[in-house]
Design a binder for this molecule. Structure first.
Ligand code: HAM
Length: 437
């Protein structure tokens, strides 16, 4: 066994796996471009206080999962557990409000949470997220949910149903917490120790428990609770939040996004107000949330800025890839490469040809002066689409041999026309593709 291993809960993304990640990221960039969102990159660590304030002192992320450290300058810092707090901090720090009232932003990158690692749950994981800052309009919620769904569709997920709820205002949430606590009181001592603690600290989080006992109790299979009598957050909403939620629902309907109300959807971070949403994939078991988000109309004010509403989401890229694998999606093939094979006499000339071709194509070649047949084996291994053979006789006449690896046919081409000749072979692929379409 190797002496060193990646730290617990982290993973290397090595060739063979990274291609899928690149594909997922490229598709996301494409969707963000079409939605006219701008990218933002913020640091991977920030003042600890920023996360404590935004996620909430009582949240599990802050209480148990924070990678908090003091640097040599005695600063109290933390690796970011999520992206929204950093984006809002940057929005304020750079006075983005003065550049325009509404900002549509996206980001991707690693996040860090010190949880118990398991399938779909890591200590370093990747998120792709987006935020609309500057408007409370229900149409913004609907747009962000449409973007959320369209990302999944671009990755090949079909028939997704977004679960939605409204968590209202902090005041209405407080009232709901009391009702929920009263409803859970008869089974309080049966709940998992974690949920018993939640019941005093943040009762809504009991609804988010993954503990089998809690799940059985909430489903009415144990403890005698009748799930149909569970109080609903939507019944506690203030009039404006209710109106907002209804408007979001009808906007979603008008753009044909399937959404369902989930009364148990409460979200784990404390900054949410009004709309909350998530998408789940059952094939992932306990860690089934592929992504989620919602509105956070008080967060920027909480961070010391002027009252500025926002709404956004994050998607867990690790989980998206796990779900794609469990669906049996085949690996995304790399675009065909060109392999340049040389012989004894042409070997010195090969690197310059390779460098020139690399201005146009993905080009591989031999670094070690191996035989032509060994080079042809390498070309097979990398699934080269075209092999350019620098044969000595042809070379003397300013020519090279091009082998079409799909058909096995070979042609000679003039050196000064090699790009056109390669394009002709690659062009035949494009013709086949367009005929197939
Ligand atoms: P979140 O629900 O905490 O929201 O995380 C979003 C997604 O990140 C989850 O649905 C999950 O797919 C993934 N995720 C979270 N923790 C882990 C982990 N330990 N391992 C693997 N994947 C994980 C947020 O982070 C908010 N910032 C979303 C948001 C943006 N709300 C408004 N704007």
């Amino acid at each position: 066994m190797a002496r060193f291993q990646a730290p617990r809960g982290t993973r290397d993304l090595i060739p063979g796996e990274i291609e899928r990640w690149q594909w997922v990221e490229a598709m996301a960039r494409d969707v963000f471009d079409r939605y006219c969102y701008d990218e933002i990159r913020t640091p991977m660590f920030e003042d600890y206080e920023l996360f404590a304030r935004s996620s909430g002192e009582a949240s599990e992320v802050v209480q148990k999962e924070m990678y908090r450290f003091t640097d040599q300058g005695d600063r109290d810092l933390a690796l970011r557990p999520e992206g929204t707090a950093g984006v809002c901090r940057a929005y304020l720090e750079h006075g983005l409000a003065s550049r325009g009232r509404i900002h549509r932003l996206w980001y991707m990158g690693p996040m860090f949470r010190y949880g118990r690692p398991q399938k779909g749950r890591y200590r370093q994981f990747w998120q792709i997220g987006a935020e609309i800052i500057g408007t409370p309009a229900p149409r913004a919620d609907a747009e962000i949910i449409a973007l959320f769904v369209d990302l999944f569709e671009a990755w090949g997920f079909e028939d997704l149903v977004v679960m939605v709820n409204s968590v209202g205002s902090p005041e209405s949430r407080q009232a709901y917490a009391e009702r929920l606590k009263a409803w859970l009181a008869p089974v309080a001592t049966l709940l998992s120790p974690e949920s018993q603690e939640r019941l005093t600290r943040n009762p809504l989080r009991v609804l988010d428990s993954k503990h089998p006992t809690d799940l059985a109790i909430l489903a009415g299979k144990q403890g005698g609770l009748d799930p149909s009598t569970m109080p609903h957050m939507l019944d506690e909403l203030d009039a404006e939040s209710r109106e907002h939620f209804e408007a979001v629902r009808s906007e979603l309907e008008s753009i044909e996004i399937n959404s369902e109300i989930d009364h148990g959807l409460v979200r784990g971070l404390d900054y949410y107000t009004r709309t909350a949403f998530e998408v789940h994939d059952r094939s992932l078991g306990a860690q089934s949330a592929l992504g989620g988000g919602g509105r956070y109309d008080r967060l920027i004010e909480e961070l010391g800025g002027p009252a500025t509403p926002g709404v956004g989401f994050s998607i867990g890229v690790d989980r998206v890839l796990l779900a794609m694998e469990s669906r049996g999606d085949t690996l995304v093939k790399k675009a065909g490469t060109i392999f340049v094979a040389s012989t004894e006499g042409t070997r010195p000339a090969a690197p310059a040809i390779v460098r020139a071709l690399r201005a146009v194509y993905a080009v591989d070649h031999d670094l070690e002066a191996r035989t032509l047949s060994a080079q042809m084996k390498s070309a097979d291994k990398v699934e080269a689409r075209v092999v350019m053979i620098l044969g000595e006789d042809e070379w003397k006449q300013g020519q090279v041999v091009l082998r079409d690896m799909k058909t096995g046919s070979q042609t000679t081409a003039n050196l000064d026309e090699m790009v056109e000749s390669i394009d002709r072979i690659l062009g035949s692929d494009r013709e086949v593709e367009s005929e197939e379409e």
